[in-house]
Design a protein around this ligand. Structure first.
Ligand SMILES: [Zn+2]
Length: 193
């Protein structure tokens, strides 16, 4: 089943290449004010890979507008970082999914391997079950994955993407699909009054 990530360091460098692509698109779109975007990457300390990622791959790619009076930070979507979470997005998804999937017993082994404690996993589950379904992203995106049941998020998502593709491709497509929520502010929930 889907109880693991592609192992190779190649997987992470491949995701980094996709992030560079996404960043380039953001850069060419320029700042909403019309200003030019300059590179303003920042270093993160992602947890959850067994291999030490090279410094370059720990960078969150980001930009800053060069126009005086704006100077807005513009951060592109990412397939590596899930918003401000410390763990890499793929790890957050995998471990949360396994908690609901057919192999909950594997969670202990997985969390030990990636160094995630129970409380963190519980927080992630609240995120998937209660927060994520309320986001503007999911309200639109759920039509694209009709099989993904809210009660079993994110397992239903992993299942929807990995049942049709090989592991590396399935993970890449899933992370790409979720990338719009990795932009700062994208997880804000609109409260209707
Ligand atoms: Zn600007």
């Amino acid at each position: 089943m889907y109880h693991d990530l592609p192992r190779a360091a190649r997987f992470w460098s491949f995701l980094f290449a996709i992030d560079k692509d996404l960043a380039e698109k953001t850069r060419t779109n320029a700042c909403p004010c019309g200003g030019r975007l300059h590179c303003a990457n920042y270093l993160r300390k992602p947890r959850g890979t067994l291999l030490q990622l090279p410094e370059l791959q720990r960078l969150r790619l980001s930009f800053c507008c060069d126009r005086e009076g704006c100077r807005k930070r513009v951060t592109p979507p990412s397939v590596r970082f899930l918003g401000p979470k410390v763990y890499l997005g793929a790890i957050v998804i995998l471990i949360s999914a396994m908690r609901q999937g057919p192999t909950p017993r594997r969670v202990r082994a997985l969390s030990a391997r990636f160094g995630v404690d129970r409380r963190t996993i519980a927080r992630w589950q609240v995120f998937w079950r209660e927060h994520f379904p309320q986001t503007p992203f999911w309200k639109v995106a759920r039509a694209l994955v009709p099989l993904a049941e809210i009660v079993t998020l994110p397992y239903s998502l992993v299942d929807a993407f990995l049942c049709r593709h090989r592991r590396c491709r399935g993970w890449t497509l899933l992370l790409r699909f979720l990338s719009p929520i990795t932009v700062p502010g994208a997880l804000r929930i609109e409260v209707s009054r």
